[in-house]
Design a protein around this ligand. Structure first.
Ligand SMILES: [Cu+2]
Length: 226
């Protein structure tokens, strides 16, 4: 299991609400999403951040056991014709009592409902996996919704993935943040997750935590299933 490096933001984010809005109205299947979403998304761009990395980074364990729910989710997605991807943990971190878990599983088509209409978002060509980020209370394991997550995957100077994750629900995973990811091939990658605070009313035990966006990074290795 991989431990994310913790990366403190040097730049204060000011628009978590706008980021939520951008992720809802944007087309997450397009890599131009971030640029097309205007200043709100640009303000939330991980590339706008600078910060000091600290902590240890360990190689990802591709076969680290994911949750049983993720396996159920993957099984439910098995009829899509894409190559099954064993559910694997790409990285974990804890931020002020919030457990952050990034997993890869079988690519899935998903429906995006904007309040009026439903639009199917099929897995893109040459899709590698469905990236799922779950946020849980580290003590009670209760799911934490209403946050937003931007994921960036780099390999050297290249950035094959840099998009917001959809706030997403499923029968097996519950609320999570997800998108389908295309990587150029097997190799070592670095995953950064920009977690913007849950924008919601909070019971008072959460009044002093998750008040600013926070970035965690983790190295992982991707081997496409054969
Ligand atoms: Cu999902």
């Amino acid at each position: 299991m991989t431990t994310f490096n913790r990366q403190r933001r040097a730049l204060l984010r000011t628009a978590p609400l706008a980021l939520v809005a951008a992720s809802v109205v944007g087309c997450a299947s397009e890599s131009s999403n971030k640029a097309a979403s205007g200043s709100a998304a640009a303000a939330a761009s991980p590339t706008a951040m600078s910060g000091n990395m600290s902590g240890m980074s360990m190689a990802a364990t591709p076969d680290a056991s994911g949750s049983a729910a993720a396996s159920e989710e993957a099984a439910a997605a098995g009829a899509t014709g894409t190559t099954p991807v064993p559910t694997q943990v790409l990285g974990t971190a804890v931020w002020q009592g919030m457990k952050i878990t990034a997993q890869a599983m079988t690519p899935v088509p998903f429906d995006i409902y904007n309040g009026t209409s439903m639009q199917l978002d099929p897995p893109p060509k040459n899709v590698s996996f469905h990236l799922m980020v779950t946020l849980n209370d580290a003590e009670t394991n209760v799911v934490i919704p209403y946050a937003s997550v931007w994921a960036t995957i780099k390999q050297g100077s290249k950035t094959p993935f840099d998009e917001s994750l959809w706030p997403m629900i499923s029968r097996y995973m519950g609320p999570h943040y997800g998108n389908d990811v295309v990587l150029p091939g097997s190799g070592s990658y670095e995953l950064s997750l920009l977690i913007s605070p849950p924008v919601s009313a909070r019971h008072v035990e959460y009044q002093d935590v998750w008040l600013k966006p926070h970035t965690v990074t983790s190295a992982f290795r991707w081997n496409p299933p054969s």
